[in-house]
Design a protein around this ligand. Sequence first.
Ligand SMILES: *Cc1c(COP(=O)(O)O)cnc(C)c1O
Length: 375
Amino acid sequence: MSITYNKIHVHVRLGAIRANYRLLSSKSGGEIIPVVKADAYGHGMAPVAQALHDEGARTFAAGTIEESCELAEVLPDARIVSLLGPVDGVDADLMAKNGVVPFVGSAEQMDLAAEAAGRRTAPLDVCLKFDTGMSRLGFTLDDVPALLNRLKQTPKLRPVMASSHLACADEPEHFEHVRKQGARFQAILDALRRAGLNIQGCLANSAGLLAHGALHHEAQRPGIALYGVNPFHKTPMEDMGRELTPAMDVFAPVVQVRDLPKGRTISYGASYTADRDMRVAVAAAGYADGYSRGLSNKGQALVAGKRANILGRVCMQLCILDVTEISGVRPGVQAALLGGEGPQAIRPEELAGWWGTIPYEVFCLLGLNRKTHGN
Ligand SMILES: *Cc1c(COP(=O)(O)O)cnc(C)c1O
């Protein structure tokens, strides 16, 4: 996908993602299943998965069935699981052809998977998805007898994995909830294995992998940590993710530099008034580029290695930066909205803080822009 109405440029350093993968591998006894859903959290699914395949990853978790099939074409020898699983007949068609491993967490998804399996000569591997405390998707422990029955009647469906998702693994104040989810998941695994299923257990996300060794089971599904975000940012457990390196840099060009005399207001709503004679740079980045209007009068960008405050409202395709103390700023200079060079580089956790959201959303929205990849 490439959009043409803007000037934002996202650069992804695959070397950082590889290093994060190696760091996570060193803490995992089992298999790491990199989560590359939503275009690898905006980082670009194909190049990211290719880089991690080079590092030894053999199973990947994409989002929709469609996205999983796309990845299966890029990495034909890898196992691709779809975290969302099938939602309609189109997905059933794709699964029949492609053999991606769907998460199946409801009777309806079971029907779609069975329909796909029926059209194949080979069996269809599936991952059984359980709710242990998210109350979002999945079967529960109570569903297990009916589920086993259904599987018995559908021999072409072959369960290879059971999974569940942790709601609070990154929040030390909620670790009792994590423990309960872990216990419920164990009870489910025990019941499935007693019935003779030969399955991998897969529970931990990034925070689970880093901080909850007892919940590792056979495989883990880290996402955000691969992209360099510390899940324990601003918690007492911050040290657990300190070595992770962000991989996404986002740049927008300065298009005009101008003087702003004391007393003059700036941008829509006149929400900022210059309190002294200032110099401002107008950069080609706004909410149409996924750069949130919530950053108005709050965020910062990096210009020539120095922090510049956003002044006034962020517009659709423009924002205004205070460069009074930064010399040599001219049109064409690239402002870093995320990342950038040097010790003042903007961390994803920091940008998310100004934005009033989490780094996941920052990556997904900025990652919709055109991208390049390097080491
Ligand atoms: C997104 C997702 C993950 C990865 O979570 P992180 O917090 O990014 O590590 C794991 N499992 C499921 C089911 C997900 O949807």
